[in-house]
Design a protein. Structure first.
Length: 264
């Protein structure tokens, strides 16, 4: 049995559920009603366009086109991270892009080529969705971690310079701030992993079951999705911080102005 299709009329009926959160956003004057409505409209338009594009992407199944699409995804993810962290482009853009790219290539291709043992690791059916899953998780973890890392350095600049003055290397002096960034960023993910299957039934697994896959197959895929997202998120963060730190301090160990000027 395949996946039950949703007609456009029934999709419209389903979207009426948004009346509930929209009502409470309006009732309590949160200021989030307009952003929520605009965000929902953008999501609908973007998903329809990406659905049409992916149809042809899967039809062509060209490694070069698939790779180009992933590079576009990396660029968009990098720009999104810069907006959310309010960090300067010249400091973070290249480290973020390199971190995302290396993690997608190393972790994604490891999963597709070694775990799934596909001959064509750039197969659109697997390469595009896996890259998208990795990108979404890497983006979230990097944004939280980078905000924590740089806010900690700004707040505790004296501690950082004290550690340097007492013989610590730059890497050793940055370690406490990296530790806090990792804790803040990965604690929710680790908590989510701990209750996976008991409290929460994840979307990937449910999607496969609704698509007709055996629960046993869906469970094994979900296990690997959690493993590769955890690994890729950590790897991308370490690469990003390692590269960004080289651009973030002057020759005397003083933190440079890494934050964008607020718009007036």
């Amino acid at each position: 049995m395949g996946t039950i299709d949703i007609t456009y009329f029934n999709l419209f009926i389903g979207l009426l559920l948004l009346v509930v959160p929209f009502f409470y956003l309006w009732k309590f004057k949160t200021g989030l009603l307009k952003p929520a409505m605009i965000g929902t409209l953008r999501m609908i338009i973007q998903l329809f366009f990406i659905g049409m594009y992916l149809k042809y992407l899967f039809l062509w199944n060209n490694p070069w086109i698939n790779s180009l699409w992933v590079i576009i995804m990396i660029f968009v993810a990098g720009q999104t991270a810069l907006v959310r962290t309010q960090l300067k482009r010249k400091i973070l853009l290249i480290p973020l892009s390199v971190g995302f790219l290396c993690s997608v290539i190393l972790v994604g291709i490891y999963f597709i080529g070694i775990v799934l043992q596909l001959n064509n690791v750039f197969s659109a059916q697997y390469f595009i969705p896996i890259s998208g899953i990795l990108m979404g998780n890497m983006l979230s973890s990097n944004v939280i971690a980078l905000n924590t890392y740089y806010s900690g350095l700004k707040r505790e600049q004296q501690l950082y310079r004290y550690l340097l003055g007492n013989g610590a290397t730059p890497q050793e002096a940055q370690a406490p701030f990296i530790r806090q960034a990792i804790i803040k960023s990965f604690s929710p993910l680790i908590a989510n992993i701990a209750v996976m299957g008991l409290v929460a039934l994840p979307g990937t697994m449910i999607g496969q079951i609704l698509g007709g896959s055996s629960p046993n197959v869906a469970i094994k895929y979900q296990m690997m999705i959690m493993v590769i997202t955890f690994t890729a998120s950590m790897l991308s963060l370490m690469i990003t911080i390692s590269l960004a730190s080289r651009r973030s301090f002057d020759a005397y160990g003083k933190l440079l102005d890494v934050t964008k000027e607020p718009r007036k």
